[in-house]
Design a protein around this ligand. Structure first.
Ligand SMILES: NC(=O)c1ccc[n+]([C@@H]2O[C@H](COP(=O)([O-])OP(=O)(O)OC[C@H]3O[C@@H](n4cnc5c(N)ncnc54)[C@H](OP(=O)(O)O)[C@@H]3O)[C@@H](O)[C@H]2O)c1
Length: 321
């Protein structure tokens, strides 16, 4: 079982969880069920992943077989961009909770700091980035409006903790001016090619726990044939990372995850393979030396993979500009 991190909301969050992006619908229920059996307690889902119904079935099976109780699990989900308008937040959270078959989320995040025009779930779900064809339509909602609606989720018992994802410093400073409930977590892309030093310092100072996503760097983006991912040295095959792994008699994947967890972050690796998911969970029972942590941090090149402009041609959406 993973160690826990105490969030500023007072709740404990497992430091190692399981990522659900790109887990195929046909296998998602089994993957979640097997991950629970392997010892995972945190599941990182989202409307946008399009598999919340199936993930919920995996949870229901594990609960019905007595492997876990609901309160043993830490279920995370995210608000998609098309539901930022204040009055859209509670209804979509209720739908997402129904999809999962649970009555509260342990943590609910704003997925991206960008508000897009509402798409009715009966028309298209998940809605994706485009309104129709290749058209991207902004909505008028501000982050303040959306955050106020997020706070109402806690008051209504629909989410225990709330947080943000893909936010950068300027917007976080702004949000902290008006937040009645501070974000418990900030979920960001973080790997040796993108070490996010300043953002980590800001989050630490403000008492916000950081969750790293895409901990293996380019590995997750090869399937999109992203050229800068394809051209980069895969981190798990890098000689320096491999030498560190050999020194600790651990797979390179565990070294990459341990580098993040020793920096105080939570991690949410995704794997559809049973032996790999078991291995990823076991990254907190050894320690890297400070020198090895610094060596891995030295890989930083400020390379980001997960941004809209890497998935589709856009002149309209530069979230990380
Ligand atoms: N907030 C956001 O905007 C955002 C964005 C991206 C991701 N996330 C969250 O973060 C989670 C993790 O990120 P991610 O899915 O991008 O990437 P990841 O966990 O860094 O990597 C997943 C890829 O690495 C492979 N892999 C996993 N463990 C491995 C191991 N031990 N050895 C070799 N290969 C391994 C997986 O393949 P196999 O499945 O074949 O093992 C998959 O191709 C997501 O699932 C999602 O929950 C959030």
């Amino acid at each position: 079982m993973a160690p826990v991190i105490k969030l500023n909301s007072g709740y404990d969050m497992p430091q190692v969880g399981f990522g659900l992006w790109k887990v195929d619908n046909a296998i998602a229920a089994d993957v979640v069920y097997n991950a629970i059996k392997a010892g995972y307690r945190l599941f990182d889902g989202a409307c946008d992943y399009g598999n919340e119904v199936e993930c919920g079935k995996g949870v229901a099976r594990a609960i019905s077989e007595g492997i876990v109780k609901r309160e043993d699990l830490f279920i995370v989900s995210k608000l998609w961009n098309t539901f930022h308008d204040g009055e859209r937040v509670q209804p979509i959270v209720k739908k997402q909770l129904a999809d999962w078959g649970v009555d509260y989320f342990d943590l609910y995040l704003i997925h991206f700091p960008v508000a897009l025009e509402y798409v009715d779930p009966s028309v298209r779900y998940p809605p994706g980035w485009h309104y129709e064809g290749d058209e991207i339509r902004p909505s008028k909602a501000t982050i303040q409006e959306t955050w106020t609606a997020m706070e109402s989720l806690v008051d209504a018992g629909l989410a225990r903790s709330i947080g943000i994802s893909n936010f950068q410093s300027q917007l976080i400073y702004d949000l902290l001016r008006y937040a009645k409930i501070r974000p418990a977590t900030l979920q960001i892309e973080h790997h040796p090619y993108l070490t996010q030093e300043e953002l980590l310092k800001l989050a630490k100072r403000e008492g916000i726990t950081v969750t790293a996503y895409s901990s293996f760097g380019p590995a997750s983006f090869l399937e999109f044939n992203m050229q800068h991912a394809v051209k980069l040295q895969p981190l798990m095959e890098d000689d320096t990372i491999k030498a560190i792994a050999t020194k600790y008699n651990r797979p390179a994947s565990q070294v990459l995850l341990r580098w993040a967890t020793q920096r105080g972050l939570a991690v949410i690796p995704k794997s559809s393979r049973q032996e790999t998911m078991v291995s990823n969970l076991q990254n907190t029972d050894f320690d890297l030396s400070e020198e090895d942590i610094a060596t891995i941090s030295g890989f930083n090149r400020g390379i980001r993979f997960n941004q809209p402009s890497n998935y589709f041609p856009t002149e309209l959406l530069w979230i990380f500009g």
